[in-house]
Design a protein around this ligand. Structure first.
Ligand SMILES: [Zn+2]
Ligand SMILES: [Zn+2]
Length: 256
């Protein structure tokens, strides 16, 4: 039986307001049996993510401050309470985004370091959002001693040498639907070179729908197409690929 784990989705997004429960049931029917919904964007959004994780026993949440939101005042005491919630399995997504650059770099870094410290304190892994900021993210993670807790670079877009450096500090990568895009040959070559045990799957829904649904609203059920692409790169059946990447994710989120 197909058993996939969507390790990064934004189920609280407005895009799902009309049919959120249907989106969740379609994921299960398609074989995406577990999900982590990312709790960023302020108190109400994080609370909504945690509420979904309380409603469904196969959904867990994260809690964090996205680099785009680094300008928005956040109550660190409240974030610490969210982070300690039993259904919250990771901190983030946090990191640095130099591509959009919506918040000043020093504020992004401040929030990033605070969340690495929080992750170390409460012993939950970190979900990293990095755009055009790989080297700085790596340096900060090393400076903060993040290897003691580990984490994942989501929507991985660096090269295989960078993935190897992440492996040394106990970090995984996760692969979204963009790996299926026609022009993503370089990313496919990278993913092919990265050891499978370092890889998890994600949608980043409602964004990044894989082919053949590119450009449409993404939802977890569509992750089967991403998994099929990864299985082909690794020379495995879809089911085998699902079993291995789901086991990696279960261990990563400390669910086994
Ligand atoms: Zn992100
Ligand atoms: Zn995201």
């Amino acid at each position: 039986m197909l058993d996939l784990f969507d390790t990064h989705t934004h189920l609280d997004a407005d895009d799902f307001d009309a049919d959120r429960d249907l989106v969740i049931s379609r994921a299960r029917q398609a074989g995406v049996r577990r999900l982590v919904t990312i709790g960023i964007g302020g108190s109400a959004a994080t609370r909504a993510a945690i509420a979904l994780a309380e409603k469904y026993d196969f959904i867990w949440a994260s809690a964090g401050v996205h680099p785009h939101d680094a300008k928005v005042p956040v109550d660190l005491t409240e974030l610490r309470q969210f982070a300690a919630h039993p259904r919250v399995v990771a901190i983030g997504e946090t990191g640095l985004d130099y591509f959009r650059d919506w918040a000043p770099k020093d504020l992004q870094e401040q929030w990033f370091r605070a969340q690495v410290k929080l992750a170390l304190e409460i012993k939950k892994p970190i979900i990293i959002h990095s755009r055009e900021a790989g080297q700085d993210c790596l340096r900060i993670l090393e400076e903060e001693g993040a290897s003691a807790i580990g984490g994942v670079f989501h929507c991985f877009s660096e090269d295989a040498a960078f993935a190897a450096k992440l492996r040394e500090i106990n970090f995984l990568i996760s692969v979204p639907g963009s790996v299926t895009f026609k022009k993503a040959e370089a990313l496919r070559a990278t993913i092919k070179a990265v050891p499978l045990e370092q890889i998890m799957l994600e949608t980043d829904a409602p964004y990044l729908a894989p082919e053949p649904n590119r450009g449409q609203r993404c939802e977890s059920a569509l992750m089967v197409d991403t998994a099929r692409c990864l299985a082909a790169l690794k020379g495995l059946s879809l089911e085998e690929l699902g079993t291995i990447t789901t086991a990696t994710a279960m261990k990563f989120f400390k669910l086994i």
